[in-house]
Design a protein around this ligand. Sequence first.
Ligand code: KG4
Ligand code: ZN
Length: 346
Amino acid sequence: MSKDFTKDDIITLAIESSCDETSVSILKNGRTVLSNIIATQIEQHKKFGGVVPEVASRKHIENINFVIGEALEEANVTFDDITHVASTYGPGLVGALLVGLSAAKAIAFAREIPFNGVNHIEGHIYANFIEHQELEPPFVCLIVSGGHTHLVYMKDYGEYEILGKTRDDAAGEAFDKVARALGLGYPGGPEIDKLAKIGDKEAIAFPKAYLEEGSYDFSFSGLKSAVLNYLNSQRMKGNPIVIEDVAASFQQAVIEILVEKTMACAIEKGVKQITIAGGVAANSGLRQLLGKKAEAHGLHLKYPSLKLCTDNAAMIGCVAYYDYIKGYRSSLDLNGIPNLKIGERH
Ligand code: KG4
Ligand code: ZN
């Protein structure tokens, strides 16, 4: 045991491999990150315009041992210091999930230490606990990533009430598809965010789907189609397309819906804090608009730094720690579950 640790400290080695990042983190007592190594595969997937599952699985296999080694080295620990192991087991690409999950289970088995499987989406919420050491539930959290769009009321650690979710495309998926139609690179969110800063957000009135009165669900496929139709009709008419304006108008339509529904949930639940999480939580327009609205209602908005917004293992280790101290343990026959829901336990 290294001199900085006491025998009561829980030293977690956490692995994330649900999509296109192989990440390993070492944490002390869930919230102190000793290392958080992220090997991204973005370059490998860029030429295909999106993540290719077979390529992702193969790259995770190539990377995993190396990334584990780096995480241990940067944290200045060895396997002898590790007292707890964690891995994402869903949702995600099953072949990708199995790489991290198998590595974590192998470590737990070989070292005879406890193991917790973690829900990736819960991980995104917990990125806020690492960023804001004083943050405690309850709060309303908007989770917006490439695969998920959820509005969640987090009552306590491990206790969630899902208030709304997307009925079709995830917010990040809409960003990526619109970016692709505009000829921008992958992932599209950051590219659109950049262009939106110099475009006119009122240039084009794209439709916003608020759905039925009082619903906290989302729908982005109509908006995405409206952007594609706009681009086609401009091209057919030979009109110029100002991509900065398209980016700004599209982004505005997405964030206005996200902000309005998040605020309504926070007010209904009577919480004092709002958090955002997931890759799209990196969006500067979303941070600004939600921050302004929250402040106007006397609420505090918290979000993770850019590195903790996108996929990383530190957020997975944080969930695993709170599950562990609540007495939960996962079995070593835990399987990868591609469509795992928030709050579901296996
Ligand atoms: O959470 P994440 O890293 O992976 C998933 O679990 O899906 O999220 C990736 C998504 C992509 O769709 C990407 O385009 C989007 O987050 N994203 C952004 C921004 N940065 C990343 N979307 C809007 N604005 C950004 N600045
Ligand atoms: Zn994610």
